[in-house]
Write a protein that binds this ligand. Structure first.
Ligand code: ZN
Length: 274
């Protein structure tokens, strides 16, 4: 297999009809470098066994998705979110993942500022546990269209501010996802800022299709949409990023396709954007 695929990772939700075992077997057979597990992959399974199965198949574990969702109206709910994040950190460590992606959360019943303060407090409550577990918490800024309910952290600038406000802790970083950040005129300078501070942890790729028919489940395969992926990948590379390019596509259209053909299409498109 070509070396190009060594840097390719796939989020299991991309081929969500496949079981954990099918993802491991099929990604491995295709020569892909790494796998990012979603937490549903551990249901009824021991994460440490899943991690061993992946490594035995020649796949590195790129990351685990996802923790976060810290904001809530009551202190009890916020503590429950922290407890769930501590559990997610344990799972990430057990599967052998270097990081855990955080979709930080938001609550429409309160101000964005309150949600942002609760996100910071939630991360601060988890960071020691992450350090002990050897897991980096990777804050993923989400497109502003999700600011009501999924994340009050919406730009790379905000993610950088958040990391820096917590002292650029070695177990805190940023997952830069093209779907959420491609439109940002400050994207390249914020990528550099994150890298200089040691906060550039992960890179998620897909494409933005026009018109978008669903704001959650109509992501496109790389090359189908309008994102200048090569330019942004170059910005990461120039900033010193050497991690995986993690394909993360939620798409009713692709989920309905033959998944073997889909995996072939992912690999073909990945090669063309290098
Ligand atoms: Zn992502």
């Amino acid at each position: 297999m070509t070396d190009k695929l060594d840097k390719l990772a796939i989020h299991t939700i991309t081929t969500k009809s496949w079981s954990t075992e099918q993802c491991i077997a099929n990604y491995s057979a295709a020569g892909i470098g790494a796998i990012t597990f979603w937490r549903y992959n551990f249901e009824g399974r021991d994460p440490s066994t899943v991690g061993r199965q992946a490594r035995d198949a020649g796949l590195a574990v790129a990351s685990v998705a996802r923790g976060g969702f810290f904001p809530a109206e009551s202190a009890q709910q916020r503590q429950a979110a922290i407890d769930d994040n501590l559990k997610a950190i344990e799972e990430a460590a057990a599967v052998g993942s270097p990081s855990l992606v955080l979709v930080c959360g938001a609550h429409a019943g309160q101000s964005l500022n309150d949600s942002r303060l609760q996100i910071r407090d939630g991360i601060a409550a988890c960071i020691d546990h992450a350090e002990q577990a050897g897991v980096i918490l990777a804050v993923e800024p989400l497109h502003p269209m999700y600011a009501d309910s999924r994340s009050a952290i919406n730009t790379m600038d905000q993610a950088n501010e958040l990391c820096e406000s917590l002292g650029s802790h070695p177990n805190l970083g940023i997952a830069c996802d093209l779907y959420h950040t491609w439109w940002d005129p400050s994207l390249e300078s914020e990528i550099t800022r994150a890298a200089v501070s040691g906060n550039l942890t992960a890179y998620h790729i897909c494409d933005w299709i026009t018109p978008t028919s669903d704001i959650l489940n109509d992501r496109a395969l790389m090359g189908e949409g309008c994102i200048d992926i090569t330019r942004i990948s170059s910005a990461l590379s120039n900033a010193g990023f050497t991690g995986y390019h993690e394909v993360e596509i939620f798409s009713q259209r692709w989920w309905a396709a033959d998944q073997d053909d889909y995996l072939s299409a992912i690999i073909k498109s990945f090669k063309t954007i290098q």
